[in-house]
Design a protein around this ligand. Structure first.
Ligand SMILES: NC(=O)c1ccc[n+]([C@@H]2O[C@H](COP(=O)([O-])OP(=O)(O)OC[C@H]3O[C@@H](n4cnc5c(N)ncnc54)[C@H](O)[C@@H]3O)[C@@H](O)[C@H]2O)c1
Length: 460
């Protein structure tokens, strides 16, 4: 089928690449002409595992193309995926102006009827507004625009795998023919008829993912309800970590045992610096806002948000407890991305930590395997190092802010020798307290024992 993707960010590029790999003819467009030029010349503007491989493969096979002219993309396609950003407004509501702009473009540029698929995360009832906008902007009453909500559940870092091997595909529709068309678009993925870039030999066997057909409102709600629930789980683990610290329990022991109960599950129970990124914080806010507009006080989600915001303060309390005075001290930050395996720094807790350290007058040195250039554009006052050992050389404190495996696998004996003082404040519970004790580090983490170095013990 001929498909268009509007918005070539994380979601748009993964959607375009994977649907092209599944055999569709995909044309991608973006308001950012530089981004389109980069893509046309074979460069991938974001870091996402496997994405470069898939984009190269579909570029060679001619299944994907890029244009800065949205009208061309709209006219060339039967179905259009809207993948533009929906950032938060000051009041927590989602800013839907990019969706509105795209609706106007589709309505004015289309010369035939289209299936318009809302893949961006939007509050419930946006689909109905989108349909109204499409007919209001259209100059040709002979055209019909059928709207579908197809929320995206991919996670940055494993986005290609998540798209090609989904747990479920949700399509919110208003008529059977839209559902049939969506099933046709996803058929190769449901039947696993694509060359999988993730699994070299064969993909692991498993049942076909369900394609759930719902109303548009339900589909939109499913996305917000899912993300908010996951955010709630993280905040629960974080509040639990605070209790563990006060009563001398170990949060890993507690959450591990909890997670073995299938009714609870072990994922998203990691204590630490809290969640960031372009999805959880804004989706949570938008859901609270939507609930408020229909007269429901979603108190439990407000509490999750509050707990999350306090994580940075809790982390900085540990920094102050350990360093006493921050001003003038050299501090190393390991990790800038909001989570591992992505270069995305939007709403990253690591950047907030760096900002606060700078504000207190620290000499901040930082590293990240993929996110340095994005962080540099936002915080040029930080000294960036590609090599983590250069970042932590002569540092008086090392702050772990992103859970990259590269940091877990550092040569910690070498780290101990390079630092001016053996002090680690671990915002992601990445290191083992036992190992840190062995190496005579002073080690702070969340919800676990405080490890004192021999010098600190002697000074007590
Ligand atoms: N990033 C994720 O992990 C993720 C996961 C699921 C859902 N989502 C949702 O998907 C949507 C996109 O997220 P993203 O992370 O890909 O954002 P992004 O900022 O990386 O990409 C958005 C792209 O849309 C382009 N754009 C904006 N307005 C445009 C317009 N009028 N016409 C054409 N292009 C336009 C931007 O230039 C940008 O390249 C958001 O609603 C987000 O909440 C994101």
């Amino acid at each position: 089928m001929k498909l268009a993707v509007i918005g070539c960010g994380y979601v748009g590029l993964v959607t375009g690449a994977c649907l092209a790999e599944a055999g569709h003819d995909v044309v991608c467009t973006d308001i950012d002409a530089d981004r389109i030029a980069q893509l046309q010349s074979g460069n991938v503007p974001i870091y996402e595992h496997h994405l470069d491989k898939v984009l190269e493969s579909v570029r060679r096979s001619g299944q994907i193309s890029y244009t800065a002219d949205a009208g061309d993309a709209i006219r060339a396609s039967e179905a259009i995926f809207i993948c533009v950003g929906t950032p938060p407004k000051d009041n927590g509501d989602a800013d839907l102006s990019a969706i509105d702009n795209v609706a106007r473009q589709i309505a004015t540029e289309a010369r035939s009827s289209k299936l318009v698929i809302e893949k961006s995360t939007v509050p419930a009832r946006t689909g109905l507004e989108l349909r109204r906008a499409l007919s209001a902007y259209s100059r040709n009453s002979g055209l019909t625009f059928r709207v579908v909500s197809n929320p995206e559940f991919l996670r940055e870092g494993t986005a290609v795998e998540d798209f090609l091997h989904p747990d479920r595909i949700v399509v919110g529709v208003e008529d059977d023919s839209s559902a049939a068309q969506m099933r046709e678009i996803y058929r190769p993925i449901l039947e696993r008829k694509f060359r999988c870039p993730v699994h070299e030999d064969a993909c692991p066997a498993g049942p076909e993912a369900p394609l759930l057909v719902t109303t548009i409102n339900s589909a939109e709600l499913i996305k917000h309800a899912s993300n908010s629930f996951l955010a709630l789980k993280i905040s629960y683990a974080n509040a639990l970590a605070d209790i563990c610290e006060r009563i001398g329990a170990d949060v890993h022991e507690v959450t591990h045992a909890m997670g073995l109960d299938p009714r609870i599950g072990g994922q998203f129970l990691q204590a630490g610096l809290g969640f960031g990124g372009f999805c959880f914080p804004k989706d949570l806010q938008a859901f609270v806002h939507l609930a408020g507009t229909v007269g429901v006080d979603f108190e439990i989600l407000k509490a999750a948000e509050r707990v999350n915001k306090q994580r940075i303060d809790r982390f900085l309390e540990k920094v102050h407890q350990a360093l006493w005075v921050v001003k003038g001290k050299r501090v190393a930050i390991l990790g800038l991305a909001f989570k591992a395996n992505t270069d995305d720094v939007r709403f990253s807790p690591a950047l907030e930590v760096a900002r606060r350290m700078l504000a207190e007058g620290a000499d901040v040195h930082a590293t990240d395997p993929e996110a340095i250039s994005r962080a540099e554009a936002i915080l040029p006052q930080v000294a960036y190092h590609r090599d983590p050992y250069d970042a932590l050389r002569d540092a008086e404190a090392l702050l772990i802010c992103t859970e990259w495996d590269e940091f877990r696998q550092l040569d910690w004996e070498r780290v101990a020798k390079l630092m001016a003082r053996r002090l680690v404040i671990d915002g992601r519970n990445l290191c083992s307290p036992a190992r840190m004790r062995e190496l005579d580090f002073e080690y702070f983490s969340f919800g676990r024992e405080l490890v004192r170095s021999s010098r600190m013990e002697a000074a007590r």
